[in-house]
Every structure is written in structure tokens, then in C-alpha cells.
Write a protein that binds this ligand. Structure first.
Ligand code: CU
Ligand code: CU
Length: 370
């Protein structure tokens, strides 16, 4: 079993496209650091290391917790190249005065990084759950069906509703339905609110709902993408058998992977697209469970930032905006020059653990086309 730091994968995938740019320098630094970490870890493997695995990254934290950060399958590049990325494209807006949203919770094994399997609890069988796109003023009728083995629930941050009734636990095999009026525009998190919430969110029970402003429409955008930030806490590398939730690491906020839309660096292998001069809008939710994300696009400045999802006003010309765990924000960029522009959390530990993607503007030379 060969191990490979994700940072190296990121570097390999992005170096060809980014030679001569600041990002190439960053990637090279990241690769060098990962190599150093790997060498250090080989000399001092972490505790409880399964035979045949080498620890990369921080092999053991202050609490003596074992990290599996950066460990992927031997054929990581093939796996990520062949994998269908989680669709980041904004789905069409739901029609009608009443929008029915039916979500079934399932116990599923998913992948969170190349070859890294995880026993998750997923809305509609994945993590994140499907992005939901509605318009301000619509009535949203939520039905959660619990197809899992323990109680779950569903909490919509976009709702003003008594949580003890609407967000209550649903037993396995049962359903709950409630409605709320989408009167607050923005991008909001939804998630399971069953105790311990930390475990339910860490296991994948979250998603984003976009409530499009109706009264004061936003400036036109040519492309719109929905990005959900989240981190994963693994009790094993997940390579030979699925990893599961590690409560101690979740309490210590010592993740193994940090992702956009549930899978490490998937948009490095499969960049999001735009044409030069187009306005690209990112609707971002930080699901956590505990980490914020510091949204930044390398090589440009955010033209508009609806900070905290306050859709009544936006900031202009800002470089990085923090999106708190459990919060959302909306960002516009208009990029004229062709190239590969990484979007990431500028809290760079998160980049090393997978929270980086590429916005491919035009058809820059030396880049594989998709
Ligand atoms: Cu749950
Ligand atoms: Cu919440």
C-alpha cells in the first residue's frame, strides 16, 4: 500500500497548468512540505498505526490522536480523474408557489478522497445533500424520511419555525413533514439536528439551500456554483475498509480531510468552468461541523461579497471573506484573463487537507480539457 499526500496530488494536477504563477510556487511549497512530513512520519509513525500504512501530515497531535490526513490510494490520480465530481452547478430554480423537497436519509459508504471510504449518514445517499434552489416568498414543504438505523432530523437555517416541533427526531422507517415560507434570501445551511449534532454533521448530514432574492434581484451572473465546506474526522485511513467517525478527533477539531462538496480536491481534477469576462457567482455554505472557511480566489479580487449572506448589501474589492461554520456568503468574480484560478480556504491547513478547487477561465494553454 503506497501512501500519497493529497498535497502532492494537488501539486501534480495543478503544476502543469500553473507553472510560472504564484500558485505553482505555493503548490511546490506544499509538495515539499508534504515530502518532509512523510519522511518525518516514516521515522516516527503515529500510535496505533495499521501495518503497511505510513502516516503523512501530522502523525499525532497534542492529544495523541492519529491523523490520516493526506493518505490516499496508490492510484489516486486515476480514481479522481474517473470520478464524477459532485455537481457544483446551481440547479434550476423550483417552480410553483409550493416547493416540495423530499429527502431520504440513508446509511451509506461514500468516498471523501481518492480511495478513502467513509461510513456516512447521507441525505439522498451522499454528502453534502442535494443543493436546493428556491425563490424568496415560496413555501417550502420539507419531508424527511429516515431510512437509517437511528433517529435523525432536519433543521433548515432558512426557516423561522418552532424547532422543537419541526426539527424533532424521526425514528427509523418514519417521516416528518413541515412547511416554512422562504422569506429570507441568501444561502443557508440545512443539517440534521439530532444529538450529538457534532456527530450527525460530521457524518455528512448537511447541505445548502439557496433562496434567490425576489424583491431586489441580484446583478446578472453568467455561471453560478454552490460550494459546501466541511471537514471529516476518520478513525482509520479508510483505504482497506471504510473509516468511521472519530469523536475524539472531532472534539479536538483535528480533521483528516477538509473538502468542497464532500470530496478532497475534486475540482482540481475537474475544474469549474467560466469564459473570460463572465460573472461567476459562488454560493458558499460552511457546514463545519466546526471549521469556518476563509473564501479566497487566487489571482483575482472578489468583485462583490454578500458577507454573512446579507443580500441587502455587498462589499466590493475584498480579498478573503470568512464564512462561519453554520453560515453562508455569496461571492462574484469577473475574470478577464484566461487561466486556472484556485478557489480555496485561505486557512492553508484546510488546503493541505483538500479544500481547494480550480476555476478554469477560458482554455488556458497546457491544461487538460474536460
Ligand atoms: Cu442525523
Ligand atoms: Cu444549525
Amino acid at each position: 500500500m503506497k501512501t500519497m499526500a493529497l498535497a502532492v496530488l494537488v501539486a501534480l494536477l495543478s503544476l502543469a497548468a500553473l507553472v510560472g504563477t504564484t500558485t505553482a510556487v505555493v503548490s511546490a511549497d506544499v509538495a515539499r512540505q508534504a515530502k518532509d512530513d512523510a519522511e518525518a512520519a516514516t521515522q516516527n509513525p503515529g500510535q496505533d498505526a495499521p501495518a503497511g500504512h505510513v502516516h503523512t501530515g501530522a502523525s499525532a497531535g497534542g492529544a495523541g490522536l492519529v491523523s490520516y490526513a493526506g493518505q490516499t490510494a496508490e492510484n489516486a490520480e486515476d480514481l479522481v480523474a474517473k470520478r464524477q465530481p459532485f455537481p457544483a452547478e446551481m440547479p434550476p430554480i423550483a417552480r410553483g408557489e409550493v416547493v416540495d423537497v423530499a429527502l431520504t436519509l440513508k446509511d451509506v459508504v461514500i468516498e471523501v478522497a481518492p480511495g478513502v471510504k467513509y461510513s456516512a449518514w447521507g441525505f439522498e445517499g451522499g454528502a453534502p445533500g442535494p443543493p436546493i434552489h428556491v425563490r424568496e416568498g415560496q413555501e417550502i414543504r420539507i419531508t424527511l424520511t429516515n431510512g437509517g438505523s437511528i433517529p435523525h432530523s432536519i433543521d433548515f437555517h432558512a426557516a423561522r419555525i418552532a424547532p422543537d416541533q419541526a426539527f424533532k427526531d424521526v425514528n427509523p422507517g418514519e417521516s416528518i413533514t413541515y412547511t416554512f415560507q422562504a422569506d429570507d434570501p441568501g444561502v443557508f445551511m440545512y443539517h440534521c439536528g439530532t444529538k450529538p449534532v457534532l456527530a450527525h454533521i460530521a457524518n455528512g448530514m448537511y447541505g445548502a439551500i439557496v433562496v434567490e432574492p425576489a424583491d431586489k434581484p441580484l446583478p446578472a451572473a453568467d455561471r453560478e456554483y454552490v460550494l459546501v465546506s466541511s471537514e471529516w474526522y476518520l478513525n482509520g485511513p479508510g483505504l482497506d475498509q471504510p473509516a468511521a467517525y472519530d469523536a475524539a478527533k472531532a472534539h479536538a477539531i483535528q480533521p483528516d480531510w477538509v473538502t468542497w462538496n464532500g470530496y478532497a480536491a475534486q475540482y482540481v481534477a475537474h475544474p469549474l468552468a467560466a469564459d473570460p469576462g463572465e460573472t461567476v457567482r459562488f454560493w458558499v455554505v460552511a457546514a463545519g461541523p466546526s471549521l469556518d472557511t476563509d473564501f479566497h480566489v487566487v489571482g483575482t479580487v472578489l468583485d462583490r461579497a454578500w458577507v454573512n449572506g446579507d443580500m441587502t448589501q455587498y462589499q466590493t474589492g475584498v480579498q478573503t471573506v470568512g464564512v462561519p461554520a453554520g453560515g453562508g456568503a455569496v461571492f462574484d468574480v469577473e475574470i478577464d484573463e484566461e487561466g486556472m484560478y484556485p478557489f480555496l480556504s485561505h486557512s492553508f491547513a484546510s488546503v493541505d487537507m483538500g479544500q481547494v478547487g480550480l476555476l478554469k477561465v477560458g482554455n488556458p494553454k497546457g491544461t487538460a480539457s474536460h
